[in-house]
Design a binder for this molecule. Structure first.
Ligand SMILES: CC(C)(COP(=O)(O)OP(=O)(O)OC[C@H]1O[C@@H](n2cnc3c(N)ncnc32)[C@H](O)[C@@H]1OP(=O)(O)O)[C@@H](O)C(=O)NCCC(=O)NCCS
Length: 176
């Protein structure tokens, strides 16, 4: 007799991984891997960003963040979140772009910037990518984006000309 079975739902790869905790004036920020259960909170976080931040992160207007978040959740992306009192305040993610390479993006709520959280998100994601066997990371940023360029240099990145005059390509080699 045929048994009816529901296909197994794949959990996100970094779900359950706790990377760091950082104290800020507002409380304890936990840097951890995202889980499927975070979907709605991720959408809420992206929808809360001002248009300038969205442009810095995505280089274009984004109208539908639920599709973007679903592509992360269903696409096996490595996603690290910064969480304060149960609210997501920052995200760094790596999405496979070609064999063993991933494209990375990071964004933090404006009111929490300048306190090391962006660096903590990126270094946690970098460590997770290395453990996952990813050989190299690439990110695109506007050439005047000092915070992300500082983080990139700290992580040993090479900064190259980007696909558009205003953009640079940030490349990090994770192979020893
Ligand atoms: C990029 C981003 C995540 C950095 O987050 P953050 O928490 O402010 O970063 P940190 O506090 O860890 O600081 C990182 C570096 O930038 C510097 N920095 C932070 N804010 C700065 C500012 N306003 N002006 C100049 N430098 C600044 C810090 O001194 C630090 O440099 P150091 O390591 O040499 O001391 C945040 O600015 C952001 O969300 N920007 C919008 C999205 C974006 O641009 N994403 C990148 C494209 S994918």
């Amino acid at each position: 007799m045929l048994e009816s079975s529901t296909p197994a739902v794949r959990e996100m790869p970094l779900c359950g991984v706790k990377f760091r905790e950082l104290h800020v004036d507002e409380g304890l920020v936990v840097i951890r891997g995202a889980c499927r259960d975070d979907r709605d909170r991720l959408i809420k976080f992206y929808e809360s960003l001002d248009s300038e931040t969205v442009y810095e992160r995505f280089y274009h207007v984004v109208k539908d963040f639920s599709s973007y978040v679903d592509s992360l959740v269903e696409g096996g992306a490595l996603v690290v979140v910064a969480e304060l009192n149960g609210v997501i305040i920052g995200v760094a993610e790596a999405m496979a772009c070609r064999e063993d390479y991933a494209e990375v993006g990071v964004v933090l709520a404006r009111e929490f910037r300048g306190r090391g959280l962006g660096t903590a998100l990126c270094s946690s994601l970098g460590s997770a990518c290395r453990v996952a066997g990813i050989k190299g990371l690439v990110a695109y940023a506007r050439r005047y984006n000092v915070p992300v360029l500082n983080i990139a240099r700290r992580l040993g990145a090479t900064i190259k000309r980007g696909p558009e005059p205003d953009l640079v390509a940030i490349e990090v080699c994770l192979e020893d």
